[in-house]
Design a protein. Structure first.
Length: 291
């Protein structure tokens, strides 16, 4: 059985769409459609039910899916064991700088012990940009803050957002609250604006940067406030107390995107290990992983 057809089938099943699947595995939508048609001809069954809004598995497709995943997993493992990838499998990870600081010190040594031949390429950026690169097939896995529902993101949990200020900063020293935030498109920025909009406090964005380091410097110097999760409080800073007059913030959802159809042992272990590390973080609130 042609594993490329099975890889396309798994991608469409997990993305629930031909266009999204094609972007992730670097195929045009027409090429994906042709591969699925060829597989359906070989199976003698229709594998997907197509509507104007969705692409869903038929009963036959649902029966085939676990076998397709197992075949792809065995193929990837055989290639690794037989030396077909002598340079080592490459895993392209997208992650924010603050998540990298929190989770990579545990993830990378564990992967190095289990799969010393694997190469890991890490791209740090804001979540929206990383998810876009993943959907274009430029990244294999992305740990992101959910901005909108997607067909590929697995919800791992929810983290509270908190206001952050320098240790010795008093909020009553400012008539207008100075803010240091990520650029437009960041969900933390949007939540800060929404929360402050429910109050009578005056505020202004004084510092803008996609870099957490730049934001941290402004806050640590006592020049501004910012919004983060509790795991990302920089040195010399504190979480602003509920009694200091700032509005309460909501939660953000953390999700993992992983390339459909990639079933190799190293990649599966990488994603499972990252999921384990993230879901055991103190600040993460657990959710039903079937959601």
């Amino acid at each position: 059985m042609d594993t490329e057809l099975l890889r396309a089938f798994v991608a469409v099943a997990e993305c629930e769409g031909f266009s999204a699947a094609g972007k992730i595995i670097n195929r045009t939508q027409s090429a994906i459609s042709l591969q699925i048609k060829r597989l359906e001809d070989r199976m003698g069954e229709s594998l997907f039910k197509r509507t104007s809004r969705s692409v869903l598995l038929t009963p036959a497709g649902g029966r085939l899916l676990p076998y397709a995943r197992q075949i792809l997993k065995l193929q990837d493992e055989a290639q690794r064991l037989l030396g077909a990838e002598r340079q080592g499998e490459l895993i392209r990870l997208g992650i924010s700088e603050e998540q990298a600081t929190a989770y990579l010190p545990e993830l990378l040594p564990r992967m190095a012990d289990l799969f010393p031949e694997v190469r890991i390429q890490i791209t740090c950026d804001i979540s929206g940009t990383l998810v876009g690169r993943f959907q274009e097939g430029l990244l294999d896995a992305v740990l992101a803050v959910r901005h909108a529902p997607t067909q590929t993101g697995q919800l791992l949990g929810r983290e509270p957002m908190v206001w952050i200020a320098a240790d010795d900063t008093r909020l009553d020293q400012w008539d207008s609250l100075p803010l240091a935030l990520n650029p437009e498109g960041c969900i933390f920025r949007a939540h800060a604006f929404a929360a402050l909009g429910r109050t009578n406090r005056q505020w202004d964005v004084c510092y803008t940067s996609p870099s957490p380091t730049a934001i941290n410097i402004a806050v640590q110097a006592g020049l501004a406030l910012t919004v983060k999760t509790p795991r990302s409080v920089p040195a010399g800073c504190r979480i602003v107390g509920a009694n200091e007059g700032l509005p309460e913030l909501e939660y953000v959802e953390i999700e993992l995107h992983r390339t459909p159809g990639q079933m190799g042992e190293a990649f599966t272990t990488f994603c499972d290990t990252l999921t384990e590390i993230v879901t055991h973080a103190d600040s993460l609130k657990s959710v039903d992983l079937m959601s």
